[in-house]
Structure formats: structure tokens, C-alpha cells
Design a binder for this molecule. Sequence first.
Ligand code: CP
Ligand code: NVA
Length: 310
Amino acid sequence: MVRHLVKVSDFSKEECEKVINKSIEIKKNPKKYSSTLDGETLLMLFEKPSLRTRISFETGMQQLGGHAIFYSIKDSPLGKKENISDTAKVASRFVNIIAARVFKRQDIWDLAKYANVPVINMLDDFAHPCQILGDFQTIKEKKNNLENMKLSYFGDAHNNVTYDLMRICAMFGWRMDVACPKAPEYSPEQIIIDEASEISKKTGAEVNIVHDALEAARESDIIYTDSWMSYGIPQEQEEERKKVFMRFQVTSSIMEAAKPDAVFMNCLPAMREYEQTAEIIDGPQSIVFDQAENRLHIQKAIMLFLRDKF
Ligand code: CP
Ligand code: NVA
């Protein structure tokens, strides 16, 4: 059966660990993997911009012996000129993996439904699984294990990255505090809260939505934030969003409230003095560039896993 990666919980906890461990191994010895996807092709469909995801997949595929095609669907959105099902079926005849970055979750679901090759979600409005697996690799490298952590997220929580963090923290039995404004447009959708709580029942995790940033930071091992202006949010909302989210900015007070060895993470792109101060993102607790680098290694591990080359 063809496997896809649409959201992080498409993999079991054990599979996430397997992919993370493989990524750590690939990082140590990249040459060993230089022909593991010999002659294979990855199609990357992009409806939104990208720096890290595009470059890491393209470079990663090349370093595994394969080839990646960048295809911009910015000006001809999926499902307009032909059905997504046709796009998926046609692309499956040419390539070995389809990856897509789209606005609407339904588009990824449709690609996965009709493709005969693995589909990788490179970010939609519901998930960012490749990011989150890379992040958990980074946490494992920094903390030496993935046991019993507290992760605190700050800012815009109506957000793809937040959603997959909620899913994976639930899967790993962690505590996660999501500190965000109360309004529904800035909070996680109910469907995600329900999904995280369903997983947590089995794992003993605790995923809370809270509104006091300092309280959320207490006893935290990982302080995480994401853009206040995710791709596609209209520019005219910027001033309003800055006002709304400023209470959740990651500052030195937030870092001081967390554990002394807490790390600071942001999936990037980041704006200094928006979701975090410059002092924090450029400071000693920040691991954002290790986080970014690991996108390369984890993309390779994800592709190998989905192509059954472990
Ligand atoms: N973190 C991340 O996915 O970055 P890009 O938008 O640059 O790909
Ligand atoms: N939430 C951000 C993540 C960017 C990698 C966005 O969707 O733009």
C-alpha cells in the first residue's frame, strides 16, 4: 500500500522515531546514501513561496542520487484547469514521489487520494509534518532524548505548525501549552484540539490552550514560536496582528520563566521584534539554524521511508 505524509500523525510514534533516527544517521554519513534513490524523481508543486523546504528537498533528492522538479502552481491553482485527480494520476505516471505546498488542506487530501505514488505535504493550512519531524530531530540532538518534555508555543495558534506540534506532543506523551489570544481566528480549530485530546487519552499527554504567556513558559524545555504573518495573510492585517500578538512575543522574560536549559525554536522565516526579539533569536538559547539545517537530513529520511528504502 502506498503511504503518504499528509500530517505528522500519519506516522506512528515508532515510525517518527525511526525516521528521526535515520535522519541522524544520514547526517553523520551522507555519502553512504548517495545512490539510495538512484534515477528517481520528486515532483514539488508549490502554490506558496519557500526557501528552506524547496532547497532542502531539491538538494536532498540530488544527494540521494535522484532528481527534483520544481513546479510553480501559483498562477494556475490546482483544480482550476484540470481536476486534482487528473493531476495526481498523470504525475504518478512520471515521478516516484509527489510533494506539494498548497493553501487548502483538501488539495493535499485529494492528491493523496488519487496518486499512485507517495504524497508529501510540504505545508498546507492544516499541517507541516516535514518541519515537525526535523524539529523533533533537533530536540533529540540537543536534549539527548525525546522523553517527557514540556513544549510551549506562543503567538498565532490558528496555524499549520502549531497543529502538527499539538499532534506530535500528544503522540509522545508530552505537555504542551499553546499560548495565544482567545479569538477563534488566532486559536487552534476545534478539530485539532479534539484530535490532540483523543491521542492524549492513550499516551497521557496534556495539550492545553492558555492565554497567559508567562504561565505557559514555566518549567518549559522548549519555547517555540512561528510567524505572525503566515504565507497568504493579507498585508493589511499586519498592524492589527502585531497588536494582538505582542502579548505573546518571546522575550527574555519568557525565556527566564522557562527551565534554565530551555531552547528557543522558530521554524523560520522569522521577523525580529515581531514573534521574538532579536536578542532571543540571536541569543545563546536559540537553535533555529540547527533546526533549519535538519530540514535537509529529515527530507532524505522521509523520502527513503516512503519509498520503502529503509
Ligand atoms: N520552515 C519552512 O518551511 O520554511 P520555508 O517556508 O522557507 O520553506
Ligand atoms: N505558519 C507559517 C509556516 C512557514 C514555514 C506559514 O504558513 O507561513
